[in-house]
Design a protein around this ligand. Sequence first.
Ligand SMILES: [Zn+2]
Ligand SMILES: [Zn+2]
Length: 306
Amino acid sequence: MSIQVVFLGTSGSVPTLKRSLPCVVVHAPRIQWMFDCGENVQHQMMAAGVSFHRRMKIFISHLHGDHVLGLPGLLQTMALMGRRETLQIYGPIGLRDFLVCVRETLNFGLTYTVEINEIRSEGIVCTQEGYQLCAVRSNHSVEGYCFALVEQPRPGRFYPDRALSYGIPASALWSKLQHGQEITTARGVIVKPSDVMGPLRPGRKIIYTGDTKPFANFVEFAKDADLIIHDTTFDDALKDKAETDGHSTPSQAATQAKDAQAKCLVLSHISARYSDAGLLLEQAKKVFPNSILAEDYLILELPLKE
Ligand SMILES: [Zn+2]
Ligand SMILES: [Zn+2]
């Protein structure tokens, strides 16, 4: 099953006519994850056909308005639509106060439970449906986190001919082996799953940086990622401004992706000053050829890995 990555907002700080504020949704068969929730997210969800009712976890990278101001309206609309499914929201300390304050001020009710989880340390944030969500502190002007969505490895390929060679007929015994159990054959031979199956197949890994300058332990965090969605607010000529404001340039993001041996880099959080951001893509590609420029409504498919 493919994982789909849908870009709903790819601008930084202020929206433009072509780019909405930061939001990326990742779909897997039984769950979806949202990374940041910029203003205008509802319209973007409708336009891209993203469900308001599905099981969903929302991860807020940091509490700057461009990343979080879509939440109040989204929560309210979900209630007006009669959502029942619990919604879990994760983000830095202060997220709870923000949401409680908005709800008390606007005095709106909810038809579903909202669980607010403030992230207090790096590491595993939550685990669900065979996926792990990990966080590492970003290097921005306020406390924030970069996120890694990591799929557990899948069992190796099953080889029926090997099972038959041990005298194990096609039966429930095959399923036991495929699910990691040893079995004893009629002849008293113990057969382990590794005797009839190939090595574990790696899961997929997606990194979402939020706003950040480069930092040393990012490379380890993003190691072997299939996709890195990275802050590239300013082009290389504005490196000093990026440093002051806590952002990255295309060359910096591309160097991170190259050092992490990632498969693909997506440039996002593009400053409104670029009506054509082709320059940013050019700069990234010089360092890391497999770079893509994010656009609103861009959809990337990550197929299962062998
Ligand atoms: Zn931002
Ligand atoms: Zn920011």
